[in-house]
Design a protein around this ligand. Structure first.
Ligand SMILES: Cc1cc2nc3c(=O)[nH]c(=O)nc-3n(C[C@H](O)[C@H](O)[C@H](O)COP(=O)(O)OP(=O)(O)OC[C@H]3O[C@@H](n4cnc5c(N)ncnc54)[C@H](O)[C@@H]3O)c2cc1C
Ligand SMILES: *[C@@H]1O[C@H](CO)[C@@H](O)[C@H](O)[C@H]1NC(C)=O
Ligand SMILES: *[C@@H]1O[C@H](CO)[C@@H](O)[C@H](O)[C@H]1NC(C)=O
Ligand SMILES: *[C@@H]1O[C@H](CO)[C@@H](O)[C@H](O)[C@H]1NC(C)=O
Length: 583
């Protein structure tokens, strides 16, 4: 009790006389790198609701332990997660799902599955069309994708010989960093078999997923530090040394943004262990609280859909109907089989095996715990044999997406999947090993569910493709018996769809809830992240994505942090006389 009051008192004193140039709210995947880049030039406050995850949840450092805290069971909790649970929704047969989101320095980069790749060229052209901003063309954002990343080629001495990695070293720059991107020292042996299965159904080996193309399969690069095979999060990389100019407030919740009479954002009301203060920003306030919290902060600060704000008794400063709307995510699901390769199932069911493998990671940087579990990815448009049965409505919905935008992603999942309720406890304890292939819907017509007819037709086709892979001759030596779940009795499209609804989960990619774009299209922020209708306020994180690009979004969060930081450094805030000319 005493220590808490002392902290609160210190907190109060430390901010009494403090005025900052910039305040960044949210020390996550986007906010933390953005704050560190700006701190080279200005005085910053970084306000983060959580603390250091290495202390609160040390397992977050271990790639192979990433599956533990993220299950869909509404009771799932961990000390670095916000514990969001959805309302019951139709596409999931009225189930309520836990959706993990990081609450710590590093944000969701401390909880994610570490897959790191870049989107396709034409998907960024869609972004350009919707924002009228050519600076988002692939070749124009490429330097910002590259800037954060220090790339290290795979360690061929430790990986299986039959799990070699192709990559394009030219996709990275020597001066990039500090975020480490490399490959696990260990490949999932299930993935080595899956390669043959993909080939047989017509999905071929790709060279690289970092140069604007997502087609075919390969081992993806991951946010792993090669020296010790630890997770490389935004915090572990950008904040592993003291940053002069940056004051980090941990365990501090931003309550709302306060405006002056000219609608300039000037203060953030924050709360630390129940103790409230106002922090002042002389230049700008930047919200990077993630796709679920950034719109909430705008709304409690008076920016959002009028009716919604009035229902909650909030005075409307600026009406922006799209705040909190238009969320995109990627639904996923997949069947499970018994296999005769050593898998996650054994780790889950044998404590001694688990302990020995954990020590192998900690002491030697080897073994399954160096692997973030999902290492082999594949992308495709649903091929003609299945596509020919799609309705006109579905074909029309899919034609909205450009040629290089894959409709389906398949991810190697060396364990039992089911409804992803609890990836450890759900592993059957019957002596068998299990493996699954996750199918991810990348071209949803609605926003992140499987409610429309076109989405349903595509996910069913995706499910059938996964069954073709498991039925391939290449996989035959490792697959034991018939499909375990849902099993061969599930055959018609309607039966498959029912299984999908009962087991679907979202891939933790919520985005677009404060989307950027043109003011006449009711966007919330412009393409530089500036909130329409007020001054000196930006939103920069996954909520500001114009669209959810195909694949995994963390690289785009880092890109956005670098791009907007550069924009601010070059052009200053809305304060013209401070424009820097020495760059
Ligand atoms: C389980 C999981 C697996 C994933 N796997 C992958 C993957 O393999 N590859 C990939 O590319 N992407 C993956 N993602 C998605 C990716 O990690 C996210 O899209 C990305 O991290 C989002 O970054 P962000 O900056 O928008 O938000 P976050 O990184 O979540 O940061 C938001 C921060 O704001 C803080 N905050 C919120 N509200 C407040 C407030 N009021 N006051 C102060 N602080 C506040 C939060 O605590 C958090 O630290 C995964 C995500 C999850 C959760
Ligand atoms: C997952 O399935 C189990 C067993 O069928 C069930 O008890 C649980 O409620 C389901 N969880 C979710 C989140 O759907
Ligand atoms: C690749 O090698 C690993 C390790 O020897 C082995 O477990 C796996 O079965 C092999 N895969 C194939 C396809 O032969
Ligand atoms: C912060 O500023 C607002 C607006 O001026 C004021 O209403 C509020 O009481 C202040 N909060 C604190 C903790 O000083």
């Amino acid at each position: 009790m005493f220590s808490i009051n002392v902290t609160a008192l210190l907190f109060a004193c430390s901010v009494l006389a403090k005025e900052f140039d910039y305040i960044v709210v949210g020390g996550g995947t986007t906010g933390l790198p953005l704050a560190v880049r700006l701190a080279e030039y200005w005085n910053l406050a970084l306000v983060e609701a959580g603390g250091r995850y290495e202390k609160r949840y040390p397992l977050a450092k271990t790639p192979g332990a990433d599956v533990l805290p993220v299950g869909s069971d509404p009771e799932t909790s961990s000390s670095i997660d916000w514990g969001f649970v959805t309302e019951p929704f139709l596409g999931a047969n009225g189930r309520r799902l836990h959706v993990a989101q990081g609450k710590c320095l590093g944000g969701s980069s401390a909880l994610n599955f570490m897959v790191d790749h870049r989107p396709t060229k034409q998907s960024l052209e869609v972004w350009v069309l919707l924002t009228s901003d050519l600076s988002y063309l692939f070749e124009n954002v490429l330097p910002w994708y590259q800037r954060s990343v220090k790339f290290t080629p795979p360690n061929t001495a430790t990986r299986f010989e039959n799990a070699s990695v192709l990559y394009n070293a030219d996709a990275f720059i020597p001066s990039g960093g500090p975020l480490d991107v490399t490959y696990s020292n260990y490949a999932q042996s299930f993935s080595t078999w899956l390669e043959g299965g993909f080939e047989e159904v017509g999905i071929h080996r790709a060279v690289d997923f970092n140069s604007g193309k997502l087609e075919g399969y390969q081992y993806c690069s991951s946010t792993i530090r090669p020296s010790d095979q630890h997770r490389s999060s935004s915090e572990w990389s950008f904040l592993n040394q003291r940053v002069p100019g940056l004051t980090v407030y941990t365990d501090t919740l931003a309550k709302r943004v306060i405006f002056d009479d000219e609608l300039n954002a000037v203060e953030v009301e924050v709360s630390h262990r129940g103790f409230k203060r106002n922090l002042t920003a002389s230049r700008e306030i930047i919200i990077s609280a993630g796709a679920l919290h950034s719109p909430q902060l705008l709304m409690v600060s008076g920016i959002g859909p009028r009716q919604h704000l009035e229902n909650h008794g909030i005075e409307v400063l600026v009406e922006r109907p799209a705040v909190g709307q238009d969320m995109w995510d990627h639904p996923f699901v997949g069947p499970s089989y018994r296999v005769n390769v050593e898998k996650v199932t054994k780790l889950a069911n044998s404590p001694t095996y688990l302990a020995s493998k954990y020590l192998r990671w900690a002491r030697k940087q080897l073994g399954p715990f160096t692997n973030p579990v999902s290492d082999l990815l594949a992308w495709e448009k649903i091929p003609y044999e299945l596509r020919k049965d799609f309705s006109t409505e579905t074909l029309q919905a899919l034609s909205q997406f450009p040629d290089d935008w894959p409709e389906a992603e398949y991810i190697s999942a060396p364990g039992f999947l089911g409804n992803i309720s609890n990836l450890k406890a759900d592993q059957p304890d019957d002596g068998y090993q299990y493996a699954s292939i996750i199918g991810v819907l990348l071209a949803p017509a609605s926003r992140g569910t499987v409610d429309t007819k076109s989405e349903q037709e595509v996910v069913v086709a995706m499910f059938k493709r996964i069954r073709e892979v498991f039925a391939s001759n290449a996989m035959d030596p490792v697959v034991i018996g018939d499909e375990y779940l849902p099993g061969n009795q599930v055959q018609t499209d309607e039966e498959i769809l029912e299984y999908i609804r009962e087991n679907v989960m979202t891939l933790w990619h919520p985005s677009g809830t404060c989307r950027m774009g043109r003011i006449q299209d009711l966007a919330v922020v412009d393409s530089r992240g500036r909130v329409y209708g007020v001054n000196r306020l930006r939103v920069v994180d996954a909520s500001a994505f114009e669209i959810l690009l195909p694949g995994h979004p963390q690289s785009t969060c880092y890109m956005l942090a670098e791009k907007i930081a550069d924009d601010i450094i070059r052009n200053g805030a809305d304060v013209a006389e401070d424009v820097r000319t020495d760059l």
